[in-house]
Ligand binder design. Structure first.
Ligand SMILES: *Cc1c(COP(=O)(O)O)cnc(C)c1O
Length: 377
């Protein structure tokens, strides 16, 4: 039986990429802010509806650099329900993560849990738009303004997401994107920082290139985090296909919702009417009223060569480098601890076929003895 993975990378027709490679070979300009790099920064900013964008070699380097760019110190309030890179970026900057519990509906940081965690050492909030579903950005900003905190959004999942027709990436002080192979928009590996003003973009551009501000001038202890020309050229080709990819994701999302609607104990996610979602993931909630546990279902799918993923289990706060922190105890994170035991992300990607989607759904329907869905429906 054919393997079905949780995702499969968006790849354009190879022949569209070849002319870009030929041009690179001809010009021999491989990196350091070349032509494709500059063009992709412009085209992505236009496409996403943001003012300035700085390309990076990957999302983690973008996160590390965003924290440096804002000179964040001390403690940072963040979510335990994310990919480890979110908190790792704090440790790599010598910062202390402080975990706040999450909202049971969105799985994003619960703004009502933030204020109690603020101390004189707190300098920033690092929320995640988990699964591409927007955080409660208004409440988070109100708290940040009241306490003089910076807000950096880990928007690795939120490519193209809008709220009230405005990009969610314009919220907070900075947002970071990931263009990893598994994300909605990929450049094999890659990432970006979205920033509101040209001065900040300049600082970030120095920081991602060793701090060089000229041939012999170094203005900061920068890092090497630049995106190269092959990645950037590939991104330009990908941009031509992203609208179709997003439309396919939406189609697959709606089909899943339709096919799972009558199953007791299986919950799906949705967004409010003011949000344009990217359907980056298809998480389901396996409630205690479902006849088998989340892990049992995960194994049942795996036995049929379907590789769903438990994003995000275990919680970041339970890993050895975090669990000693006072905010990391499961008792102080009851919602996140509960959600981490219940969520399963089902396969979703632009070229997931109807037949394969039906295979996934029918294994879930089988558990409750419901009729099978028809792949030619
Ligand atoms: C993918 C991801 C990252 C890291 O991005 P890379 O490009 O893989 O370095 C960071 N945060 C979250 C939430 C992610 O999902």
């Amino acid at each position: 039986m054919k393997d079905i993975y949780v995702t499969s990378p968006l790849l354009p027709p190879l022949e569209e990429f070849i002319p870009y490679l030929e041009k690179i070979w001809e010009k021999k300009f491989l990196t350091n802010g070349g032509e494709w790099h500059q063009q992709l920064e412009k085209e992505l900013a236009d496409y996403l509806g943001v003012e300035h964008l700085c390309l990076f070699a990957n999302g983690t380097l973008a996160l590390l650099t965003a924290l440096q760019a804002l000179r964040i110190t001390g403690e940072v309030i963040t979510t335990p329900y994310s990919f480890v890179a979110t908190s790792h970026s704090l440790l790599w900057n010598g910062l202390t993560p402080v975990f706040a519990d999450i909202d049971p509906v969105t799985c994003n940081i619960d703004p009502d849990k933030i204020e109690a965690l603020i101390t004189p050492a707190t300098s920033a909030i690092l929320p995640v738009h988990c699964y591409g579903i927007p955080c409660n950005v208004d409440k988070i900003q109100t708290i940040a303004d009241a306490w003089g905190l910076k807000v950096i959004y880990d928007a690795a999942h939120a490519f193209g997401v809008k709220k009230n027709n405005h990009s969610i990436l314009n919220c907070g002080d900075l947002s970071i994107l990931s263009f990893h192979a598994t994300k909605v928009f990929n450049t094999f590996e890659g990432g970006a920082i979205i920033c509101p003003d040209a001065r900040m973009k300049q600082r970030i551009d120095y920081l991602k290139n060793f701090g060089f501000a000229g041939e012999t001038t170094v203005v900061a202890p920068g890092i090497n985090a630049k995106m190269n020309e092959v990645q950037a050229a590939f991104g330009l080709v990908q941009l031509g296909h992203i609208d179709h990819a997003l439309a396919r994701r939406a189609e697959i999302y709606h089909r899943y919702c339709e096919w799972l609607r009558d199953i007791p104990g299986i919950g799906t996610f949705s967004v409010t009417d003011d949000v344009e979602w990217n359907h980056a993931y298809f998480p389901i909630r396996v409630e205690s009223t479902f006849p088998v546990s989340r892990d049992w279902l995960y194994d049942a799918l795996k036995a049929q060569n379907i590789y769903s993923r438990r994003y995000f289990y275990p919680l970041i706060s339970s890993f050895s480098m975090y669990r000693h922190l006072p905010s990391a105890s499961a008792a102080s994170l009851p919602v996140a601890s509960d959600v981490a035991e219940k969520i399963l992300c089902l396969p979703i990607y632009p070229d997931l076929t109807l037949e394969d989607q039906a295979r996934v759904v029918n294994i879930i329907r089988e558990q409750v003895g419901l009729t099978q869905v028809d792949k030619v429906a």
